[in-house]
Design a binder for this molecule. Sequence first.
Ligand code: FAD
Length: 280
Amino acid sequence: MSNIARPRDLTAALQMLGEMDDAVLLAGGTDLMVEVNFGHRRPPSIVALRRVAELQELQVGDTEVRLGAGVTYTRIENQLPELVPALAAASRTVGSPQIRNAATIGGNLGTASPAGDTLPVLAALEAQVHIATPSGPRTMSIDDFIVGPKRNALAPGEIIEAVTVPRHRGSQHFLKVGTRNAMVISLAGVALVYDEDARAVRVGLGSVGPRPLRARDAEEFISSRIDWEARRADPADVSRFADMVAAESSPITDVRGTAEYRRHCVRTLAARALTRSLTA
Ligand SMILES: Cc1cc2nc3c(=O)[nH]c(=O)nc-3n(C[C@H](O)[C@H](O)[C@H](O)COP(=O)(O)OP(=O)(O)OC[C@H]3O[C@@H](n4cnc5c(N)ncnc54)[C@H](O)[C@@H]3O)c2cc1C
């Protein structure tokens, strides 16, 4: 690895990315350096983003929260537990404190792993991804941004600038199952947003499909069954909702677990997250 550029603002970062041959972006390095250390990647040049001021911004507005791509999990878990609790909960499950101090939300979006823990939360929140390009900014939904396993919609020369999530009344949860309680890649993850303003439940699923999934049939079903004034749902409807969420997952069997076990996890986590929202 030879050329390393350390821009201080986004304009310079875009310019350096365009000028350097096959340059790769580096944020916290907790995914990229693993690949380098294993010899899977040898980028000829690097654009290091840590000093890019715009990417470090975390702005709380009246209707939404905007997180610069360089915001770390430590900042999210410390600064957003009340405003975006599911994102804070997902951040808290990532790696160890050392990893969370370095790793960024932009890196999770950049890697676009099916097991990326913030991605089902961003799906359930219907987040928008803001992209800096040489010809000006563009914005797309998280749904359109993640296009497949470890594939996103970034074109060469583009940089993820920020992600915005809405603020709303109501609880949010992120629950994950792994082979142990900490420092673990998730076998299944469920994010549930109980949006009292829209009177809608939204569900994002991680590690149970090639990309983060929404459980739209289950969402529609339970949103119409909840008594929103009393914050109650019939236990039979909660159970049917959990079955529907599991049916909308699309897990595979791999070294970490079987598809059947993953579906079981999704069912259990969905029921638990909804029950917690109803009793919050
Ligand atoms: C021990 C360990 C435990 C982990 N545990 C978890 C876990 O529990 N859950 C989880 O989800 N992940 C986990 N990870 C993976 C990793 O920490 C996350 O995916 C993290 O969000 C990556 O962020 P980063 O800033 O380190 O990205 P980097 O490694 O710097 O970059 C990752 C990718 O994103 C690209 N990229 C980075 N920033 C941008 C940008 N602004 N615009 C465009 N592309 C960009 C890079 O070019 C690279 O391809 C773990 C990793 C380790 C080493």
